[in-house]
Design a protein around this ligand. Structure first.
Ligand code: UD1
Ligand code: CA
Length: 468
């Protein structure tokens, strides 16, 4: 008969103050590649297929729980109003984890852990009847970590501040990641004392207590120490971000054929998706839920947030895009700025020093130079002359401009919105358009030119004789 799979809940401890961050922001909400530190263990647990997850919150818990509610709405929240240590946090969640056969407990401040390590860890724990497994790793810089002290069969963890000089030399340390048989944990959790250097209830003490009860305690020595870097100060945050950055960029290069001539200068957030054969030049940042489709090109100094670049589009460099979309084979930049749901349709082009806000630029249309297009819809195959501006703001509200298909808009046209322009319209350069224009018309809205013959030459002559 096949063995019934044991149920497993994942408990993430995220109530600590994070004093060493020297910041008002709760530690686990500090951003790493523009997502909170806490995003990473939650994502690793989700990717490993663990669907029962709870987060213990405390310091700044209002902010932490509302972020969790938005990003991982299936997760439970457990409050630890006073932070009396990791075992105290686990104790407060007892009712929650008692529903499972096993509970995996992870620190909220170790963002580099991978889904594959968590899966393998769970599999190794669930193979035997083990009271507790924990992940340990070797490090040349064990300062701050609990040391794994092995004497014969017996294993325990001694915190840095409680360790003897001899124990401080030990390089095998506790990752802070455990899987407990919930019955074994329930049997020891109330016996953990706070009689230690920090006056806190230490979760690692559960290991030796479980062993005292005759349970088997298994230290799983991991071979990828990078995954356990705990973030306790701003330096460690930057270090962890660097490791994650490299992991993400190299992952896209190896798995998706991303071409990056300088992977060291490219920053890609953990939610970004990239198709096959895209090219990214040096010094590019892609944040939030950006999507870059097959064969797209992203030129240097481009910064994209929550934006989509469709297949074979070309961002020519120094492009900023927030919450915007570039269609297939469309192009933008250099020096283009698109924001608030700006959209370039297929094969459209916006060029140098152009800002597009909450507007769509139709298929095959062009806004090549020095324009501001806000709250506008531009139809297909329209050309917008250099310097054209939609005057969308009347001091109170933003007004729309609609421009049809196949139009030829003269340079420096001002559209005073709200205004509608039909299809196949031309405007004279320098026009200030305040009224709608019907299909097929030419609109001229500027003062008529007057030439005063010889006026200029005579004026200069007069100036010369006056000076003499
Ligand atoms: C902990 C371990 C240490 C291990 C290290 C790995 C203890 C006592 N020590 O030390 O053996 O080597 O992690 O990084 O567990 N937290 C709460 N409530 C509390 C206290 C902490 O939720 O009352 C949370 C923190 O927010 C943090 C995690 O638990 O996410 C770990 O706490 P932290 O104080 O950072 O423990 P370390 O000193 O790093
Ligand atoms: Ca820590």
């Amino acid at each position: 008969m096949e063995k019934r799979k044991r149920s497993l809940g994942v408990l993430i401890l995220a109530a600590g103050k994070g004093t060493r961050m020297r910041s008002e922001t709760p530690k686990v909400l500090h951003k790493m590649l523009e997502e909170p530190i806490l995003y990473y263990p939650l994502r690793a647990a989700a990717d490993a297929g663990f669907s029962d997850v709870a987060v213990v919150v405390g310091s700044g818990g209002g902010y932490v729980s509302s972020w969790v509610g938005e990003e991982f709405p299936e997760s439970s929240i457990i409050w630890q109003h006073e932070q009396k240590g990791t075992a105290h946090a686990a104790k407060l969640a007892q009712q929650w984890w008692s529903a499972f056969d096993d509970v995996m407990i992870l620190p909220g401040d170790a963002p580099l852990i991978t889904a594959s390590t968590l899966s393998a860890f769970a599999a190794s724990h669930q193979q035997g009847s083990i009271a507790c497994s924990f992940l340990s790793f070797m490090t040349d810089d064990p300062a701050g970590y609990g040391r794994v002290v092995r004497s014969g069969e017996k294993i325990c963890v001694v915190e840095h501040r409680d360790a003897t000089d001899e124990q401080l030399m030990i390089k095998e340390v506790n990752s802070g990641m455990y899987i407990f048989d919930t019955k074994a944990l329930a049997a020891v959790i109330d016996r953990i004392s706070s009689g230690n250097a920090q006056g806190e209830y230490y979760l690692p003490d559960a290991l030796s207590l479980a062993a005292d009860d005759g349970g088997s305690v298994n230290a799983v020595l991991a071979d990828s120490p990078d995954e356990f870097l705990g973030v306790n100060d701003q330096l460690q945050l930057a270090k962890a971000a660097g490791v994650m950055r490299r992991r993400i960029v190299e992952g896209f290069m190896i798995n998706n054929g991303l071409q990056c001539m300088d992977p060291d200068s490219v920053w890609i957030g953990p939610k970004v998706r990239i198709g096959r054969g895209a090219v990214i030049h040096p010094s590019v940042q892609l944040w939030g839920s950006c999507v870059v489709e097959d064969g797209a090109f992203i030129g240097s100094f481009t910064v994209l947030r929550n934006s989509t670049v469709h297949a074979c589009a070309n961002l020519k460099g120094s492009v900023r895009m927030n919450d915007s979309v570039v269609g297939e084979r469309a192009s933008a930049g250099p020096f283009a700025f698109m924001r608030e749901h700006a959209e370039l349709m297929e094969n459209a082009h916006v060029g140098r020093f152009v800002e597009i806000k909450k507007s769509s630029v139709g298929k095959d249309s062009k806004v090549p130079h020095l324009s501001y297009i806000g709250d506008a819809q531009i139809g297909e195959g329209t050309n917008i002359g250099a310097g054209t501006i939609t005057c969308n703001y009347d001091g109170e509200k933003k007004n729309p401009t609609k421009i049809g298909r196949g139009c030829l808009i003269g340079s420096d046209t001002m559209f005073v919105a709200p205004v509608e322009v039909g299809d196949c319209v031309s405007t004279a350069a320098g026009s200030v358009i305040t009224e709608n224009i019907p299909d097929g018309a030419l609109a001229i809205a500027r003062a008529r030119q007057i030439n005063k013959n010889e006026w200029s030459r005579q004026q200069r002559q007069k100036n010369k004789t006056d000076k003499a």
